[in-house]
Ligand binder design. Structure first.
Ligand code: SF4
Ligand code: SF4
Ligand code: SF4
Length: 212
């Protein structure tokens, strides 16, 4: 069976105290809602971390957008595709479609003029995708959560940096998270409990240092 799967480029996954098989949704290569190429990123994470020995299991999940089909925050490190938008007044015809599309109430259109409340925006990119005149500039990036659990105990992973634009920074942050776990976790301790025990502030400092 393994030999037959290997012919198609499929290798067995892993279990136990190490980085588990990286999981991802289909992402922008297939799904019109996708904000990032989840498959390419999952492959990169797989090449970088797959089966790395650690004090306990460690799961990465990559989901392509705010629809969150892969439930990113259930993972030790959850990565979600995102799009940061900027309104370009010169290109706007005031049709109001972006305001209707936004699920966060971040856009109002009054007298054919867009009023954008960035503080309400969750980087879903729906306004950018819906605009008929390309009047939203798009910057693709990532939202990362840490310390998720979904088993006997359930915990929603927490975000430290609202939006990460650069992929190398994302990888540096993943390196910092996994190093923190390797250096501080007790055997059999999930990431959330390591963060709780050592201190969220201490962990956040490491992540912020890795992001500059
Ligand atoms: S999370 Fe987004 S990109 Fe991924 S499958 Fe769901 S809708 Fe598509
Ligand atoms: S969808 Fe585009 S053109 Fe229409 S109001 Fe929004 S920004 Fe302007
Ligand atoms: S990116 Fe999403 S949440 Fe932000 S303004 Fe556009 S539609 Fe609304």
């Amino acid at each position: 069976m393994k030999a037959a799967l290997a012919e198609g480029g499929v290798e067995p996954g892993v279990c136990g105290p190490r980085v588990r098989t990286i999981t991802a949704c289909q992402g922008e290569a297939v799904c019109p809602s996708g904000c990032i190429d989840t498959y390419a990123l999952a492959k990169e994470l797989d090449d970088r971390y797959f089966a790395r020995e650690l004090p306990h299991k460690f799961k990465f999940g990559v989901t392509g957008c705010q629809n969150n089909c892969l439930k990113a925050e259930e993972n030790d490190v959850g990565i979600k595709g995102a799009i940061k938008v900027k309104w370009v007044e010169d290109k706007c015809i005031g049709c109001g479609l972006c305001a209707k599309t936004c699920r966060k109430g971040a856009i109002k259109v009054e007298n054919k003029k867009v009023i954008f409340d960035e503080s309400q925006c969750n980087f879903c990119g729906r306004c950018y995708k819906s605009c008929p005149t390309d009047a939203w500039e798009d910057t693709h990036g990532y939202i990362v959560s840490f310390g998720g659990l979904f088993g006997n105990n359930i915990n929603k992973g927490e975000t430290i940096i609202p939006f990460i634009e650069d992929k190398q920074k994302l990888l540096d942050i993943c390196d910092a998270a996994i190093t923190f776990f390797a250096e501080n976790a007790k055997p059999g301790e999930r990431f959330k409990y390591t963060i709780d025990r050592i201190g969220r502030d201490v962990f956040a400092k490491k992540i912020l240092e890795a992001s500059v």
